[in-house]
Design a protein. Sequence first.
Length: 633
Amino acid sequence: MDTLQQILKSYYGYDTFRPMQEEIIRHILQGKDALVLMPTGGGKSICFQIPALMLNGTAVVVSPLISLMKDQVEALRANGIQAETINSGNDESKNRIIRERCLQGEVKLLYISPERLMTEIAWMSQGLKISLFAIDEAHCISQWGHDFRPEYTQLGILHDKFPTVPVIALTATADKITKTDIVERLRLQNPQLFIGSFDRPNISLDVKRGYSAKDKIRTIMSVIKRHSHESGIIYCLARKTTEKLAEKLRAYGVLVGIYHAGLSMEERDKVQEDFVNDRIHVIVATIAFGMGIDKSNVRFVIHYNLPKSIESFYQEIGRGGRDGLATETLLFYNVQDLITLRRFVDESGQKEINLEKLKRMQEYAEAQVCRRRILLNYFNETAERNCGNCDVCIAPPKHFDGTEHVQKALSAIMRTKEQIGFTLTAEILHGTYSGEVTAKGYQLLKTFGAGRDVPFRDWQDYLLQMLQMGFLEIAYNEDRHLKVTPLGKEVLYGRKRAELAVIEREDLRVKSHKERQYKLGKKEETNTEKAENKILFERLRELRKQIAEANHWPAYIVMSDKSLHALATERPTTLQAFGEIFGIGQHKRDAYGERFIAVIQEFTDTIEETALNMPINSESKATSVLCKNDTHR
Ligand code: ADP
Ligand code: ZN
């Protein structure tokens, strides 16, 4: 094993580097600048943390949020690495001690906000040996990005003040302009650009089109039930929606919190802390949520509404599954969202760019090909194979000759002189005597009820498909009425036929989730194994919780879910075997090994005892706690 790998193993408990990490580390060790682009959860931190451990002096890490800094410092300390943060939340005497320790060479990583760095720079340039500067969330430097922080622009002076110290900029989101901005404003010297893969194969992708509020709740509840005691995030477009949705979930007994820009800072911090520490399981949030958290075990991310761009969408789903374990994502898409977002675009300063972004998002939601390929293509990565972990791959859409449906719909629209929107069209087709229908006398139209046999919500879906296929257009400037396009007229007058996608209403999700686990290489567990793993897993989880509370850390800082699962499966009973477990470095082994081993030992003793006391040939349930490994031990 070479030195880099040894460090990875002994501090972090990981066996292999992820793609690019090693290359980046070697580059930094040569004292060169770099711009690192990797998706959220891709493993950027290790790229500067390992050089920081290997080089003399202190690495100064610039980060935009106190909560992010706190999280990283805790995670480092939990691995036995000397890390500190100087920020406005500390009292001055604490900051003084930290400065002193830095000067003594006792701190390997110092986390600091950009504005604070400017005021600390004097003593640093006098006596501190700085190994490197890492600028996290570097896109904050660009006013083209969505998180522009004016304080970041001052960071350009670092290279003037410390010409020999390498500067590494890291971000998950950077388009071309942002990339150029980062390089220019930080005055990076011949930086090498490292672009990691944006693929996150453990995150499943799923889009549900045209669901009503009721359908959405039902589907969300089935996701939550599948992940009881686990964490998830639900993103909504509007504050009001977050409140309403949270109320409904609460009524079902879900431990849920809301997060949006209308809440006070304290309220937001509290919700975030409760989520990080597993006191609440589900967060219903507007897009404002997530930047400040590094929680690695978020098991599902749901978009209640269509996001405004693929960048935001990808960043938000990227907050799930950072630990690499299977994670579900689900996007609800309906035409109302499209109309709302379109209005935002029209009101926004950069209409053209934003419209293009929305269009790409819409294309993703409407796609009939592997969704991951679309995402990766968007980030300029070509994927050669279908992923097998998105709804299109799992259940490819089926089609039928929908010419008659299309003709009925277009004819209804024409007969109103193209003066109706989506809902009214569906009402006319289905034959619904709504207030608006009767007020306008549409019940007298020849097409009223022409599609009575098709459920109302299916009509909404078919109309959306007709929009996607270009038979219809929304006139945004005319009260969003529907207009029949020339292509639509071809179908209407029988010169062309039209295919529509079959609407699958029965909930495929339970089955498909199993299929996914299978496709991701996880063997189907037998009931016996599952039952017995679960008991041990829960005991280990309880111990993790106790340790976390004693240290005032979130549970995942003590140990990731992935490590807990590995412990429950491998059941190490010696310190050495414990240290071999994924995610357990020397420090964690020495700090908690004995306690975890005691729990495992107690568990294995109990099942052995149960086995010994079993009457021979008994069919009693107690045998089911035994699994093959135990009988041979
Ligand atoms: P980013 O900053 O890119 O969003 P992080 O640096 O927080 O991502 O890493 C995400 C997760 O992946 C962390 O839990 C981290 O410990 C883990 N990780 C990073 N590198 C590896 C690796 N080589 N093997 C296993 N896990 C890793
Ligand atoms: Zn796919």
